[in-house]
Design a protein around this ligand. Structure first.
Ligand SMILES: Cc1ncc(COP(=O)(O)O)c(C=O)c1O
Length: 205
């Protein structure tokens, strides 16, 4: 936990205790627009325009919300490409969204894995699946950095290849956010989300 967290959280508790509902409107940092105050710096860290960013919820909730909008399966294009060892809550969110849209996870979850005896997923293997099965892939949803191996995926290259095949491309950037340079706008990424609690590193004075 960052050293200043306890102090800052307590300051918020004191404001809540003293101001009650008026904390939504009083300076500094009225709660009604505390997300807007942060959007500029968060946008900078992911290489996006502030209007492209919304600060809300936890990561898994956002995965659901994003897939609810971006995953629009049809009878011929209904697959979601993900890692065989995706973060468990991502895996379950994808499975749920496929079921919610009336499709069968057995048919619609398409996995990419490391080769036998290897730990990392080769970019060429991801690109091969996209090339071979791209016409049936509605969404490619991968992590930018694998939570277990630390593998950094080639976000721009994979995004471009999948979009060329007509898929939408989303990224779970939980472990990329603030750790590696991101250029989501320039890379033309369709959607992405990351861990909101990591923002705390930057709001603390
Ligand atoms: C890669 C990755 N995806 C998803 C999550 C889930 O985040 P949350 O529990 O905030 O929904 C985490 C949490 O650590 C994560 O590391």
């Amino acid at each position: 936990m960052p050293k200043a967290t306890r102090r800052v959280v307590n300051e918020f508790m004191d404001r809540w205790a003293g101001e009650g509902v008026f904390g939504h409107f009083s300076e500094p940092s009225p709660w009604t627009k505390c997300d807007q105050d942060l959007s500029k710096s968060v946008a900078r860290f992911v290489g996006a325009d502030p209007v492209e960013i919304a600060l809300m919820n936890g990561l898994t909730v956002n995965v659901h919300i994003l897939l609810a909008s971006f995953y629009n399966p049809t009878s011929t294009r209904h697959k979601i490409l993900l890692e065989s060892r995706a973060f468990p809550s991502d895996h379950y969110a994808i499975e749920s969204q496929i079921k919610l849209k009336g499709f069968d996870p057995e048919e619609s979850m398409l996995f990419v894995s490391p080769r036998e005896g290897e730990d990392l997923i080769r970019t060429e293997d991801i690109l091969r699946i996209i090339e071979e099965k791209g016409d049936s892939i509605a969404v490619v949803f991968l992590s930018g950095m694998q939570y277990y191996t630390g593998q950094l995926f080639e976000i721009e290259k994979i995004t471009r290849a999948a979009q060329a095949k007509g898929s939408l491309v989303g990224w779970d950037l939980a472990h990329c956010y603030i750790n590696v340079p991101l250029h989501l706008h320039d890379w033309n990424v369709d959607f992405a989300c990351w861990c909101s609690y990591k923002i705390f590193k930057f709001i603390i004075r």
